[in-house]
Ligand binder design. Structure first.
Ligand SMILES: Nc1nc2c(ncn2[C@@H]2O[C@H](COP(=O)(O)OP(=O)(O)OP(=O)(O)O)[C@@H](O)[C@H]2O)c(=O)[nH]1
Length: 386
């Protein structure tokens, strides 16, 4: 009997153990780490690159296409308006020009202003490219006024110097940029100057100034010597939604100018800006080409502005080139570029005197909005510091 009970007990134990083994949950297969979602690599410029495996797999096995990102329309920028730009860019000017301003203020504040001091003042003005005659005139004027004044406080010295410099720059010169349309007809601005002075850049930046002021603009790439100049203009234009008229490299610049103005008229554009080539070795060649461009434009519309672009860093060399351009076309305004890269801001005075044309715009850097309408007071304030 005891055997029977023992065997029965063992049997029960085996059944329980076997059941437990059978009922034990199996080890779950570990799930693979979730694959990062594969989205198409959308490159700037709109081309879409599929992930490697999608490209290798036959079409039937491909994953259903992920929802395509909508093609990105080029973003049209809204540049700041022209007014007040020089004040905003004052730090740029102060950085490049304040050395000359500080030196003058320091010299004028000396307790004793002897002949040597006055000579130093004159030399500092000449060193800033103001020109010898004007530098002498400023020095003489200052000398007389300081004598009349007797003692001088720093404020008085600053006010005297500011007055003299502003007077020489010509606060009353008409610096208005004639870019407003005439009824249905656009204003036409022709931009001339030696290559490398910043001519194409100026066309692009000026387009931005005008768009910032609420105008519609069309750019004409009549510098057909260099295809890159037209590409450059296209880039500028596309950023602000301004159309560009261009032709193949080597095409007749006059025909580009003609088409640009025609499209400007047909499209009721406010301002057409025509870039021209400056890489001409002889005065006759320059005269022939610019003369032709001018004539074909004027068959359709009068030219409102002929802007001469000058690089402020080139000093006397630049002045010589400027004279040639001024003889060839009737320049109505000067754009002085790269003033951020020279301490010789006095060139403003010299250019105006020599050419008899006001500086209307100044370039103060390579940034898209670093072109500003020129304002004598703001300019002198930047030179003299606060
Ligand atoms: N620092 C500085 N650089 C400027 C300024 N204006 C233009 N530049 C630079 O000057 C260089 C020449 O400018 P471009 O506009 O190509 O000169 P360009 O006279 O049109 O020459 P082409 O296109 O060959 O006719 C570029 O690198 C510009 O960024 C400025 O005000 N300050």
């Amino acid at each position: 009997m005891e055997y029977v009970i023992l065997i029965a007990g063992l049997a029960v134990l085996l059944v329980v153990a076997g059941g437990a083994l059978l009922l034990r949950p199996g080890r779950r297969k570990q799930a693979p780490p979730a694959e990062p979602p594969q989205t198409p690599d959308i490159r700037p410029g709109g081309t879409t690159t599929l992930p490697e495996e999608d490209r290798a797999a036959p079409p039937a096995e491909r994953a259903p296409p992920a929802e395509r990102a909508p093609a990105r329309a080029p973003e049209i920028e809204k540049p700041p308006p022209g007014a007040g730009r020089l004040v905003r860019l004052r730090a740029r000017l102060a950085r490049s020009q304040s050395g000359f301003g500080r030196t003058l203020l320091g010299l004028l504040s000396r307790d004793v202003l002897d002949d040597d001091a006055w000579e130093e003042i004159e030399d500092t003005l000449i060193g800033a490219d103001i020109g010898v005659t004007v530098s002498r005139q400023i020095t003489d004027d200052l000398r007389t006024r300081v004598q009349v004044l007797g003692t001088r406080s720093p404020e008085e010295v600053r006010a005297l110097l500011k007055e003299e410099l502003v007077k020489q720059i010509g606060p009353d010169l008409d610096r208005t940029l004639r870019t407003a349309p005439h009824g249905d007809r656009p204003a036409v601005v022709m931009v001339v100057g030696v290559n490398g002075t910043g001519k194409t850049t100026t066309c692009g930046k000026l387009g931005r100034v005008l768009v910032g002021d609420g105008r519609t603009v069309l750019l004409g790439a009549a510098d057909t010597f260099r295809a890159a100049a037209a590409d450059q203009l296209e880039t500028w234009g596309s950023r602000v939604g301004a159309p560009v008229v261009r032709k193949d490299e080597g095409a007749d610049p006059a025909s580009v100018a003609f088409d640009a103005v025609k499209q400007g008229i047909d499209g009721k554009i406010d301002t057409v800006i025509v870039d021209t080539a400056g890489r001409l070795h002889t005065k006759t060649g320059l005269m022939d080409e610019l003369g032709k461009v001018k004539r074909v434009i004027e068959k359709q519309a009068p030219i409102d502005e002929i802007l001469l672009v000058l690089d402020a860093t080139t000093g006397q060399n630049g002045m010589q080139q400027a004279r040639v351009f001024a003889e060839v076309v009737n320049v109505t305004g000067v754009v002085l570029t790269k003033l951020d890269g020279t301490a010789k801001g006095g060139i403003v005075v010299q250019v105006q005197r020599e050419l008899g044309v006001p500086v209307k715009l100044v370039g103060l850097g390579e940034g898209p909005d670093d072109l500003a309408p020129f304002e004598p007071e703001a300019f002198v304030d930047a030179i003299l510091g606060d």
